[in-house]
Ligand binder design. Structure first.
Ligand code: FPP
Length: 245
């Protein structure tokens, strides 16, 4: 049955991407426009996270990866980092029962060991409690940087080669993919970035090789179910050729 999305673009079920990745951007500008502190933008952004996860599940998206905190975000003022970590912890504490009952399985990618220990505890507990779910896989990128991920993979491969358990000739795309944080997660089909910025910002650079990119002009806290549907409709109209003709 075709789904009728925003702007009355009918999108067939077959055009639903299996994996959607999102660069959630514009929380700070959203807050500034309203004369609010930046942390209020992040708080409103957490509400968009809840709504978009639910909407993805309803639409049949199987994997959703959200760029929640980049390796570069550690350069922000200490107070903002503290506010973001507190929000993450609260989100995990409050939303885990909901994720459990809604069939959401949580994963995290990034240098998770850099997160404050109370956040790590909450995160691993949420991952553990949702591990038997299978309706939708929600992947939070935390302290994540794509170059760092590729460096970590290169170190693993180099160390296996140095120990004689890997022949460098055997390194190929598949083996490289297996050394990334995202091993066992299919590559994103659709990458969405909000707030009108047109940058990749060190996000999933290996994995998005063939992803379709959709830019939304909305700030992340304003990005809700109809905006997700509009992005998926735009994706559905693209003709993915994977390098062939
Ligand atoms: C970008 O906006 C957003 C972030 C750096 C963090 C994303 C975090 C959330 C949406 C909230 C919490 C997330 C979870 C998973 C609970 P920005 O601050 O860079 O905005 P700006 O470019 O307008 O300053």
């Amino acid at each position: 049955m075709p789904l009728h999305l925003k702007a009355n673009i009918p999108v067939s079920d077959t055009h639903i991407p299996q994996h959607v990745a999102i660069i959630m951007d514009g929380n700070g500008r959203w807050a500034r426009e309203k004369g609010l502190p930046r942390r209020e933008g992040h708080r409103a952004g957490a509400e968009s996270v809840r709504e978009v996860v639910e909407a993805c599940k309803k639409l049949g998206v199987r994997f959703l990866t959200l760029y929640a905190f980049s390796s570069e975000n550690w350069k922000r003022p200490k107070a903002e980092i503290r506010a973001l970590m507190a929000l993450l912890k609260e989100f995990l504490r409050v939303k885990t029962p909901e994720m459990k009952s809604q069939g959401v399985r949580l994963h995290a990618i990034g240098r998770l060991e850099d997160l404050p220990s109370d956040c790590q505890r909450e995160l691993y507990s949420a991952i553990d409690q949702t591990s038997s779910n299978s309706d939708i896989d929600l992947v939070l990128a935390l302290s994540y940087g794509s170059r760092e991920e590729i460096v970590d993979a290169a170190r693993q491969l180099a160390s296996e080669a140095a120990n004689g358990i890997l022949n460098p000739e055997d390194i190929d795309n598949d083996l490289m993919g297996q050394k990334l944080y995202t091993k066992n997660i299919p590559d994103p089909d659709l990458l969405i970035r909000t707030s009108g910025e047109r940058r990749l910002s060190n996000f999933l650079l290996w994995q998005i090789s063939y992803a379709e990119i959709v830019i939304s002009e909305k700030f992340w806290p304003d990005f809700r179910e109809p905006d997700l549907k509009a992005a998926i409709a735009e994706y559905g109209e693209r003709n993915r050729r994977f390098g062939s003709i």
